[in-house]
Design a protein around this ligand. Structure first.
Ligand code: MRU
Length: 351
């Protein structure tokens, strides 16, 4: 399948450095940050310069390359690659793609070192592994887009939350991939983008990338979703995810759970777009998913303007968990999975 998708690429390897699109500055400024060390990558992930589960994993994979490239012997190179992977794993806790990509890089490094590759060959092969993680994500997202589009019909209204688009992945996005395919095939979908408090990934990123592409997108505040559902404007919801537990509970950006409950109350299907790299069979249920808490300032003085009293108590979880009973289907690169999730998600990894 070819597509006309021409969105901004958030992660670019350039010969001897990693360029990351600084997503904190969007939509006003398009700035690529040149990163040279694993510490630079850790800091970029922690501070949301790069964000979105797959993009975090891809960036961290390149971070392992950067962090181990100065070693002068095969033994110290392998030890350093593993050490840097473990360090990068401390950057954010919720998106399992981070740990998935880092485990893959550690296993690849150990494999190259054990199989007689020289130091320089091992370094080159590790970079190729990071490239593979990035290019496989692109292909995965195209497949997710194809499967998701089969659920949508011309003129449907579809609501999304946060940003699970090209900016959050290697290309196309997960939840946003069907919108790009629809556009190319002349299928009109009316997309509603929740602004997504407190960091506004919906307003700054989803609205931006869909508008750039020419998708019919309308921005709403998070607290308007129920009202437009009641009006009959929303035929389906589709969101991305940071981690799907073995029982089909889904962690995603804070506010996703409220959208799922509203969708159920209005009889609207609630779809989750998830690559297999986001499904974590080692986490039995959503209650075991670590939920990141972020700084109070994101709520009290987001974007430089104080909007709450000094000294106010704040609770700022970055993600919530939607229980599986609210999830109509999980759309993966291998197809559409419905309940019972504990059985059907496992099957995806068997074939
Ligand atoms: O805090 P963020 O911006 O990294 O949160 C991102 C999300 O919640 C996305 O929906 C999720 O990572 C899926 S991206 C394909």
């Amino acid at each position: 399948m070819t597509t006309n998708y021409a969105g901004l690429q958030s992660v670019i390897w350039r010969e001897d450095r990693l360029d990351l699109l600084d997503q904190r500055l969007l939509p006003e400024e398009i700035v690529y940050l040149p990163l040279l060390t694993a510490e630079d990558v850790w800091e970029a992930i922690r501070h949301l310069k790069v964000r979105g589960a797959p993009a975090i994993g891809i960036s961290a994979a390149y971070g392992v390359v950067l962090g181990s490239r100065n070693e002068q012997s095969l033994d110290t190179w392998l030890a350093e690659a593993i050490k840097q992977a473990e360090y990068l794993a401390t950057s954010r806790p919720t998106a399992v793609n981070l740990f998935w990509a880092l485990d893959r890089m550690k296993a690849a490094a150990a494999d190259f070192a054990a199989n007689g590759l020289s130091l320089e060959e091992s370094k080159a092969a590790l970079l190729s592994e990071a490239f593979a993680i990035q290019s496989e994500d692109e292909e995965t997202n195209r497949m997710i887009g194809e499967h998701a589009l089969s659920l949508f019909k011309d003129d449907m209204g579809v609501l999304t939350h946060c940003n699970a688009g090209g900016l959050a992945t290697a290309k196309y996005g997960t939840a946003l991939a069907p919108f790009y395919l629809a556009l190319e095939r002349g299928i009109t979908l009316r997309v509603f983008a929740d602004e997504t408090r407190p960091v506004l990934q919906g307003a700054r990123l989803t609205a931006f990338e869909l508008q750039q592409a020419g998708v019919d997108v309308t921005l709403i505040c998070d607290n308007m979703a129920g009202m437009i559902m009641a009006k009959g404007w929303v035929d389906a919801v589709i969101v991305g995810t940071d981690r799907v537990a073995a029982n089909g509970d889904v962690a995603n950006k804070i506010g996703t759970y409220s959208v799922a409950v509203l969708a159920k109350a209005h009889g609207i299907p609630f779809y989750v777009a998830s690559p297999l790299s986001t499904i974590d069979l080692n986490t039995p249920t959503g209650s075991e998913i670590p939920i990141e808490e972020r700084s109070a300032e994101e709520i009290t003085e987001g974007f430089g303007k104080r909007t709450a009293p000094q000294g106010i108590k704040v609770y700022n979880p970055a993600f919530d968990v939607t229980p599986n009973e609210y999830v109509t289907a999980i759309i993966t690169e291998k197809g559409i999975v419905e309940a019972p999730y504990d059985v059907n998600l496992r099957k995806l990894f068997e074939s």
